[in-house]
Design a binder for this molecule. Sequence first.
Ligand code: NI
Length: 178
Amino acid sequence: MALREIIFLPEPILRRKAKPVTKFDKELQTLIDDMIETMREAPGVGLAAPQVNIPLQLAVVEYAEDEDDEEAEDMDAPPKPKKLYVLINPEIVKKSEEKVMGIEGCLSIPGLQGEVERHEAIQVKALNRHGQPVKLKVDGWMARIFQHEIDHLNGILFTDLATRVWKPREDEEPVDLD
Ligand code: NI
């Protein structure tokens, strides 16, 4: 495995619609493993192939699912295990009417964050790393990450959707999704 270089705006590949994956060969498996390693190293909770200069409909996501009720969460409880997803040719097939605001950042747009409205829950049809179809239902922050990554595969960045964008203050923890 190897780390891949993350590219930044204004690299034009970040603005193009990525091509569907058609070959599930060894090269693709290496790319997926490299993307997982690069995401963890960044660190981020997701990474889309165009961000490592590959124009394919492929994204990886790794995040520990939200608790429904954070107040009730036992502070001494062990952290929730992270879930890893490999999304290939993903398509959002259902969206909740409910939308939620949240603050996002992007590894490809360093030094900016913004407030973005997203569907609270979505259903996604995709292929896994072996080319088998999967249907995924996600909500909360995981649904936000999925929407951010799927946007990347269509050349859309969070700054296109944000109601406001700003530079975090130096003492503010940056929110990098991917
Ligand atoms: Ni991003």
